[in-house]
Design a protein around this ligand. Structure first.
Ligand SMILES: [Zn+2]
Length: 288
């Protein structure tokens, strides 16, 4: 390594004066690193330079050669030299290419960061929207149900309820002893709203015991869940089959159509298996 530096021929060829190259060739890296960088720095020569104008060019050449060789020895970045003295470019570049310091792959850190940044931003943007659930609905075919991130109550005053979910005494002859849904009592004519974003898969005025009935399919966290709204008023249907609705969007008005003893909303909820579960309990924990 020491021999390689001393043998660097650049300064010898480029400088016209004889004294400079000799000093440069024999100056060791240690001596160079201790010496000051400025041409004015060598103390004994500064006064001579001030008094004698003739010596000035010679001194400058010596000084510049000394500085140039020192930069090689101390591995100052090539740009620092080329900016002030383009003549030394050839002699500076060769040793720097051999220098062990330049082996540190600084560029890799920048490159990996630059690659990661677009990947994260673009990746999250694309993967933020989960794939829709595709369900097969009679009369509608394949329905893509997009995930809903908002869940709301189906009426504005859900605390007013009559019959809860589960076993009960049949409220009428022919009424079930097991209540498949939850009865809300917001009052006749109150708006009935979809509990989440979804697709209307049933909207009929002839729902049998359910009367005027709407069914909406939802994608809740990747799970297909259906909500069914029964006993609404004739002529109050605000949606049609196949229509996409938002959470809170009005579906109809509370009524008493079908097998009903009074105005109320009968809400049923079930998963892909069709098994009914307690919609009130579910909403209590899921409403946003
Ligand atoms: Zn009911």
């Amino acid at each position: 390594m020491h021999g390689r530096r001393a043998a660097a021929p650049g300064p010898v060829r480029l400088q016209p004066r004889r004294s400079g190259p000799t000093r440069a060739a024999h100056s060791s890296p240690r001596a160079g690193s201790r010496a000051p960088l400025s041409p004015q720095a060598p103390e004994p020569r500064a006064p001579r330079r001030a008094h004698t104008g003739v010596l000035r060019p010679a001194f400058s050449a010596v000084a510049m050669t000394f500085v140039g060789s020192m930069m090689i020895a101390t591995s100052v970045p090539a740009l620092a030299v080329t900016a002030s003295d383009p003549e030394h470019r050839a002699s500076v570049y060769a040793p720097v290419a051999d220098d062990s310091i330049s082996l540190r792959p600084q560029a890799l850190e920048v490159a990996s960061e630059a690659e990661l940044r677009p990947l994260t931003t673009d990746g999250y943007a694309v993967e933020a929207a989960p794939p829709p659930i595709v369900s097969q609905v009679a009369g509608l075919g394949s329905v893509a149900v997009i995930e809903s991130d908002l869940i709301v109550w189906p009426v504005s005053n859900p605390e007013k309820r009559a019959s809860g979910f589960g076993p009960r005494e049949a409220p009428c002859s022919g009424c079930s002893t097991y209540h498949d849904g939850v009865d809300f009592n917001p009052g006749n004519g109150a708006p009935v709203m979809s509990i989440a974003d979804g697709v209307v898969v049933l909207a009929t005025e002839n729902g049998g015991g359910l009367g005027v009935n709407v069914e909406v399919q939802h994608n809740i966290g990747g799970e297909l869940i259906t909500s069914s709204y029964a006993h609404m008023q004739y002529g109050s249907l605000a949606v049609s089959e196949g229509q996409r609705v938002s959470a809170g969007q009005q579906l109809g008005l509370v009524g008493s159509t079908g097998q009903s003893t009074g105005s109320h909303l009968h809400l049923e909820m079930f998963g892909a298996d069709g098994v009914r579960f307690d919609g009130f309990a579910w909403l209590s924990t899921h409403v946003s």
